[in-house]
Write a protein that binds this ligand. Sequence first.
Ligand code: ZN
Length: 425
Amino acid sequence: MSTPTDQQFLDDFATMSTFGATAGGGVDRQAGTAADGEQRRWLAGLLEARGFTVRYDRIGNQWGLLDLVPGAPYVVVGSHMDSQPTAGRYDGAYGVLAAAHAAFRLAEEWRTSEDAAPALNLAVVNWFNEEGSRFKPSMMGSSVYTGKMTAEAALAVTDLQGVSVAEALAALGCVDDWDGPEAASCAEIHIEQGRSMERDGVQIGLVHSNWAVNKYEFVVRGEQSHTGSTAIEDRRDALLGASMLVLLAREIADAFPGQVHTSVGQMEIYPNSPVVVASRVRLLLDLRSADEAVLAKADAMLHERIAAIPAAASVELDVHTGHSWPVTPYQPEGVELAAKVAADLGLEYKPVMTLAGHDSTNMKDLVPTVMLFVPSVDGISHNELEFTKDEDVLAGLAVLTEVVRRLAKGELARDTVAAEAAAAH
Ligand SMILES: [Zn+2]
């Protein structure tokens, strides 16, 4: 087989975008759905045709393994192919396909040239349920792989229809009694989902850390009554209380201009009927900041201000804190390695923070991890209009290929970094 060209990458990208395609030019491929399964089968075919062994682990992460060094651990490279509802074609999926093509290019090179032999094995990964739209929390597959969540807890999670992760994965035949391969290092490439790179005219973003996030679940409890006949002063309207939370989230963001991002992304209203005052609303709110001290202030403001809502709306309010993570750095050695690669390739690059969570956010806590971004036109993401130019997509593929080549030689591998840190003391 010959080395796949840039054009073959673009052709495969076009084919990939047909799975779960929406009329608006995007995709709807939520985790564990039929469209997710079709796409996984297609990716398996692509990997197997190039001599990779495809396996699933116990939480449905899809692995394409290239074993060249018996007993050695793996460079793990990939992202996620699941999507939000009516989402764009690039988020996650670009990173998995770029990982596969980078691996195909290297595999071909290693087959034909003896002195290029790698020191580590290579694993392309399609993480399960990064988006967390159908099953919460997000980044589920990488959380289980990195030991932050048990497989049992993840498999028991149900969607709004009561279907569990275990049932969805079994229906697709995408689960196995296996923990996944042992990682030595990791790389992921993703679209920026913001507009800073486009604004600065750079093609490659080197992610050095992530924004801190606090996610909250609120349950507002009122009382069901008639929207017409119940006197206003007698109403205990759960949706009124929930609406106050939606506005409060924006007021908090406005109190820290440019420093805090907040939103309510999901609300479940019961009974959600035209002539019934809602008795119960469950809603999810998140606060994000690049500065943990600012996030702590925003969190304090949230708790102080919600205290007024029960009296103002005659409701009861339960607060549960869900998933949260601090500002954490990616290994600086990885940022340096990627900077060298981008410079060698003559590409404009800059260090960036990620505002969104990624599977690499989990992986970097386990092994040295390189996270790369390519620009998003107008910063549009989680939207059917999400777009990245072909030239940027291909520049990212070139950088990822070179980064993985160096990782596969053993640069940055977990043991190497540990040895260097020990030597420095
Ligand atoms: Zn993503």
